[in-house]
Design a protein around this ligand. Sequence first.
Ligand SMILES: NC(=O)c1ccc[n+]([C@@H]2O[C@H](COP(=O)([O-])OP(=O)(O)OC[C@H]3O[C@@H](n4cnc5c(N)ncnc54)[C@H](O)[C@@H]3O)[C@@H](O)[C@H]2O)c1
Length: 378
Amino acid sequence: MGLAIKFGVIGCGLMGKEFASAASRWCHLAGDIPRPEIVAVCDTNPANHEWFGRHLPDLKYRFSDYRELLALPEVEAVYCAVPHSLHEALYIDIIRAGKHLLGEKPFGIDQAANAAILAELAIHPSVFARCSSEFPFYPAARILSKWIDEGKFGRIIEARFGMRHSSDMDLTKPINWKRMASINGEYGCMGDLGIHTEHLAFRAGWRPVDVCAKLTKLVETRPDGKGGMAACDTWDNATLLCGMRDAKGVEFPATFEMKRLAPASTNSVFYEVYGMDLSARFNTDDPNALVFTTSWGKEQAWSRIVVGHKPVFPTITGGIFEFGFSDAILQMWAAFVAELRGLPVEYGCFTPEETRLSHALQTAALASQRGRSVETVA
Ligand SMILES: NC(=O)c1ccc[n+]([C@@H]2O[C@H](COP(=O)([O-])OP(=O)(O)OC[C@H]3O[C@@H](n4cnc5c(N)ncnc54)[C@H](O)[C@@H]3O)[C@@H](O)[C@H]2O)c1
């Protein structure tokens, strides 16, 4: 196994733990990919350090001020998973400290914050930065994206991308920062779910030209966890109808759906591409399968192939077994460290330039909602 990369984690919540778990089972990867070694963690709530101390034998430092973590010369790279209102300040400080960065979506609470982060990256070209986005690493999704690259769909009729959650259908669920515009941002559900719907499309070289957005707020208040109610002021659901242009300049309609109120969906990410020669659908509800059309002359039939465990970075798991969310997280991390070390990577993490596109689309969607208009995506 190649040399380890010493990491610091800022934000010891849900996603900080996912990274620590992935780093802890690096032996799952069959290739010679440098191992992330988490030597330092930081969270403003010291109670959140406890789990990391218990599970990470390499952990040397625990901080409540991230500046102390950034001052450690041995920390080469940082995973930063904090609320959106903190992305701009923390990502910029991480970049200025010369640490490589895997940031979290939406990579800035709004377009201005994203532009500031990207400007800082431009000043520090030696810093390698990517944005977390794991769903295209499902083997079945990877086949779909390869088929796009190979032109197998022929002329595209339309494409649909989405992410649907249903936990907010439970009106007794207490509020958290992801439902407060002051911390989560004006994008609401788009800031949380948007990049998951966009990664595969943007990487295919498809670019949204314009957008007509329909955003809805259905739940106005939620329990505040202290016996009262609190304002829930973020957009719950978003449907974006876009004119999409492929790398050859051919346009087709595409929709991006980002929904927190989608009945019976636990964390459903879907990609659907309909073409004159072939159509295909992937949904994490059926994570090992790819559904595609076969043609019987004048008619088409849907076929379902079970792909199994055939990820971008080979693992010790046999190809007949199933692939899931934590496998996708491990694959994304393998892509990040491999690319950081200059190793060949067949499918890489979401790039800073792709976050710029994401913000352009979501900012245009907000304008479209405000003006009941079709907005150009700049
Ligand atoms: N890639 C994915 O699938 C995925 C899933 C969920 C969330 N996210 C993203 O991850 C990020 C974090 O989300 P989460 O669900 O882990 O949130 P979380 O609330 O579970 O964790 C955030 C942590 O940051 C800590 N924190 C707050 N301010 C801090 C500061 N100044 N310094 C250090 N720590 C601080 C909090 O105490 C908390 O423990 C967000 O950007 C979110 O959009 C990504």
